[in-house]
Design a protein around this ligand. Structure first.
Ligand code: SF4
Ligand code: SF4
Length: 137
C-alpha cells in the first residue's frame, strides 16, 4: 500500500479545476482532504492524503497529472515529534502554527498535537524556546 501526504498550491486560474475528481476517477486513488483553503478567483492550498488502495490505484500517475495541470506539489515527508519531558506547555508554538495542529487542552493546559493537520512547515520548531519540537524522518 502506498500512501502519501501532499500540499497542492493552486494558482488563481486553476482553483476551480476538479483535480480531486480526476484523482479518484482516473487514477483510482482514495483522496482524504485534511485541510483546504480555497476561494474562487484566488490562489488556494489543499492538504491531501492520497492512498492507492493496495496498489489498485496509480499514485505516481496521479501526482504527475496534477503537476501537468500546473498545480505545484509539495510532498510531505517526515513528521513532527514533541518531547513531552522537555515541553513546558507554554503555548509559544500554537500561534505560529497556521495549520491549527497545535493547541492547549482547555482542562489540563497540556499541549495537544494533531498530526493530521500538520503540514510540516517547521515554524513551530523555531518558535519553541525549549527545543522540544523536532522533525523525525
Ligand atoms: S510543522 Fe507547521 S503545521 Fe506542523 S505543527 Fe509545526 S507549525 Fe504546525
Ligand atoms: S513552544 Fe515548546 S515548550 Fe512551549 S508548548 Fe510548544 S512544544 Fe511545549
Amino acid at each position: 500500500m502506498a500512501r502519501t501526504r501532499v500540499v497542492l498550491n493552486f494558482p488563481a486560474a486553476l482553483v476551480e479545476k476538479p483535480v480531486t475528481y480526476h484523482l479518484v476517477r482516473d487514477f483510482g486513488l482514495v483522496v482524504n482532504i485534511l485541510r483546504a483553503e480555497i476561494r474562487p478567483g484566488e490562489a488556494g492550498t489543499l492538504l491531501f492524503e492520497l492512498d492507492d488502495r493496495d496498489g489498485q490505484g496509480d499514485l505516481q500517475g496521479g501526482l504527475e497529472f496534477v503537476a501537468r495541470e500546473g498545480v505545484r506539489i509539495q510532498t510531505i515527508s517526515g513528521r513532527i515529534t514533541i518531547d513531552q519531558d522537555a515541553c513546558l506547555d507554554c503555548g509559544a508554538c500554537i500561534g505560529p502554527c497556521f495549520a491549527g495542529a497545535l493547541a492547549l487542552d482547555p482542562t489540563s493546559y497540556k499541549l495537544l498535537f494533531d498530526d493530521t493537520r500538520c503540514v510540516l512547515c517547521k515554524v513551530c520548531v523555531e518558535a519553541c524556546p525549549a527545543g522540544a519540537i523536532k522533525v523525525a524522518f
